[in-house]
Write a protein that binds this ligand. Structure first.
Ligand SMILES: [Fe+2]
Length: 348
């Protein structure tokens, strides 16, 4: 028994799925501008919001996940590679989310972004911006990878039964749904294309960046509003020098080790990923006000750190603009540091 609706009736899709026995609901890819509408719909059907899921970090609209959680409760769900703080449930390939009697199976489908997931529930699959109807998600910014996207679609989504109904996060031509079988046989980006063909097509689409991409992307990546922090411009972010975790570890063992500034929230600092010994915790939203604490290090090497290396790129650009001369970002953040097997501390 399942209640299912698309709630936006526009190019951006938000899906409501709920278990009619437990009266618990999930919202997939809610928009910040429509949180009032979602709240009213949930109340009308007498549903309790349990799962608030973003299929990836969106670049074209502000996510409503954190606002909905504040208003209604529920758990924010994203892939473990998602850069934002305050995600309650980090998921990965093969995980299963319970929604009353319903089960949502997580497929890790990177490519459009490094944190893209699809969700398979009974006879349908929510494909985010990985597989769209007669199209696929662009892979040319925000960590996109066309080869990874091809593998996600061909090896994971096309392994689902042909009759599986496909519900994407976007459609620009008025379609509502498709099937895996229909996309296999007629999606023009994929039919008869090798992986190399696909990469060539996707890397030469020549599309302009989405309108207001930075105004949308940075708040979604940091779960901060732009009245809480002044975000750097794209040109400033692009100039940030990146260091692999192994290189950070090497420099920490040198005679003049860098200063480490960890810009996550306090609970992340002592959470599952831990932190690097000796790092200073200054959450991103406090960085501009507290940068004077670091004044003595203006001529020292400073390495900024966060979960996935995204918020800390913002932090590195902010410190550089404040006159710090040798700022680096640790690429891939504490996720890549942990994946490299480098040592962490988990206590304050
Ligand atoms: Fe997207």
């Amino acid at each position: 028994m399942m209640l299912f609706k698309e709630l936006n009736r526009g190019k951006c899709k938000t899906y409501l799925i709920s278990c009619e026995i437990s009266k618990t609901a999930a919202l997939i890819d809610p928009l910040k501008e429509h949180t009032d509408r979602y709240t009213a719909i949930l109340a009308y059907f007498g549903l309790k919001l349990d799962l608030i899921i973003d299929t990836h970090t969106h670049a074209d609209h502000r996510s409503g996940t954190f606002e909905l959680k504040e208003l209604l409760g529920g758990r924010v769900v994203m892939h473990r590679r998602a850069p934002a703080p305050r995600v309650d449930v980090h998921v990965d390939q093969g995980d299963c989310l319970d929604l009353g009697d319903l089960k949502l199976q997580v497929l890790y489908t990177p490519g459009h972004t490094p944190d893209s997931i699809s969700l398979s529930a009974g006879d349908r699959v929510f494909t985010g911006d990985t597989l769209m109807i007669g199209g696929t998600g662009r892979a040319d910014f925000a960590g996109g990878d066309a080869g990874a996207e091809y593998d996600s679609i061909v090896k994971k989504l096309f392994a689902l039964p042909d009759k599986t109904i496909v519900f994407p996060a976007h459609d620009y031509r008025g379609h509502i749904c498709s099937t895996i079988g229909a996309e296999k046989s007629s999606n023009p980006r994929l039919v008869g294309r090798s992986r190399a063909d696909y990469i060539h097509i996707m890397n030469n689409l020549g599309l302009p960046l989405p309108d207001k991409i930075q105004e949308v992307l940075e708040p979604n990546q940091s779960a901060l509003d732009d009245d809480a922090i002044k975000f750097p411009a794209l040109s400033q972010l692009n100039q940030v020098q990146q260091l692999e975790p192994s290189e950070v570890a090497r420099r920490l063992n040198s005679p003049l080790p860098p200063i480490l500034v960890d810009v996550r929230e306090g609970d992340e600092f002592i959470g599952e990923l831990g932190h690097i010994a000796g790092s200073r915790l200054i959450p991103l939203r406090e960085l501009s006000q507290r940068a004077s604490d670091l004044d003595q290090f203006k001529s020292t090497e400073v390495v900024t750190i966060c979960r996935a290396g995204v918020r800390s790129t913002t932090a590195a650009a902010i410190l550089t603009a404040l006159g710090f001369e040798h700022v680096f970002n640790m690429k891939g953040g504490m996720l890549d540091w942990n994946d490299a097997g480098l040592p962490v501390e988990k206590m304050n």
